[in-house]
Design a protein around this ligand. Structure first.
Ligand SMILES: Nc1ncnc2c1ncn2[C@@H]1O[C@H](COP(=O)(O)OP(=O)(O)OP(=O)(O)O)[C@@H](O)[C@H]1O
Length: 310
């Protein structure tokens, strides 16, 4: 219980994690109900707290002595963030070589699954996602972090259609630690992550680019650039330099076209910051409630139950 991790936010003062990391059997506190997601390092399950009856999501990851600290760092970052769009961590256990992270359940699932089942989103729904993700990114930027993993798969919805951002495993400090390796999912990665001459000092704006690609995907129902490796991303930008845009010009408002043009500015030095984009006409007047995504959640659930039936 005396393990210590470095807390970067507190000027590298060590903080004790032993107090809140439980070295106990999690199955005595939670009943696993069903698997709701699969990640690179483990699975996410829906579960019930046996004392309170509350439903939670439990991420279960295999641990070795080598990766335990990395996984804990990611979880502790998520724990430390206090923002309505970031799922709260309630408990964490280390038991029989596995890490169990119990957090707020986002019953709606991720936007990747949702749009694949219901079809592309409407403009008002895309604008809502844009605003919520920008607000979360602004919070992270103010704390000094770049997310580096913005994509539909990491944007979850609660039952009420509220947006939650997850996956803090690729996150890094703004301008402090450029990742040693190219990190992220290539199709969403900003051109500067592979083009040296563009990299400059505009680190946090890579999230703005990834958000632009994400919104295009949600609106059109498919990825604008089909790129599966950082090599092919490099080749694409070396040869074509054609910036993705909405194909059907008349289907979308001029504000949406302009927003994407701004977010997908090739040169990060010219790309607007998160703060500036929050003032953009496309998102400025988006209401916080009610969520326009609630309707597509109902549809996704309905389609899910029909599929189960057949
Ligand atoms: N709090 C949650 N509530 C509901 N579903 C969740 C929650 N967290 C994750 N999921 C689901 O589990 C999936 C996998 O999540 P996880 O965080 O393990 O993936 P990951 O580590 O980001 O995966 P990868 O590394 O492959 O990107 C998500 O895409 C989502 O569908």
């Amino acid at each position: 219980h005396e393990d210590q991790l470095l807390d970067e936010d507190q000027h590298e003062q060590p903080v004790t994690v032993g107090r809140s990391l439980k070295f106990e059997n999690p199955y005595e506190d939670y009943k696993i109900l069903k698997c709701i997601g699969v990640g690179a390092f483990g699975k996410v399950h829906k579960a019930r707290n046996l004392k309170t009856g509350h439903l939670v999501a439990i991420k279960i990851q295999d641990c070795t002595n080598d990766n335990l600290m990395d996984l804990l760092q990611e979880c502790m970052l998520q724990e430390r963030f206090n923002h309505q769009n970031i799922p709260k961590v309630m408990d964490k256990y280390y038991w029989e070589q596995k890490l169990y992270i119990c957090m707020e359940l986002c019953e709606g699932g991720d936007l990747d699954n949702i749009y694949m089942s219901t079809g592309s989103l409407k403009e008002s729904q895309v604008a809502f996602v844009a605003k919520k993700v920008l607000e979360t990114l602004l919070y992270l930027n103010q704390k000094g972090y770049v997310h580096r993993g913005i994509k539909p798969n990491n944007i979850l919805l609660t039952d009420a259609g509220e947006v939650r951002l997850v996956d803090f495993g690729l996150m890094s400090r703004i301008q402090k630690e450029k990742p040693e390796f190219i990190v992220g999912t290539p199709a969403y990665m900003a051109p500067e992550s592979v083009l040296e001459d563009l990299s400059g000092d505009y680190d946090e704006r890579c999230d703005v680019w990834s958000l632009g690609i994400t919104l295009l995907e949600l609106a059109e129902g498919k990825l604008p650039l089909v790129i599966s490796s950082s090599n092919s991303l490099y080749e694409y930008w070396e040869q074509k330099q054609r910036v993705p845009h909405l194909r059907k010009r008349d289907k979308w408002s001029p504000a949406f076209h302009r927003f994407l043009k701004d977010a997908l500015t090739l040169d990060p030095a010219m790309r607007p910051s998160v703060e500036l984009l929050l003032q953009h006409e496309f998102v400025r007047n988006v209401e916080h409630e009610p969520s326009p995504l609630k309707r597509c959640l109902r549809r996704s659930k309905f389609l899910g139950s029909i599929r189960k039936f057949f």
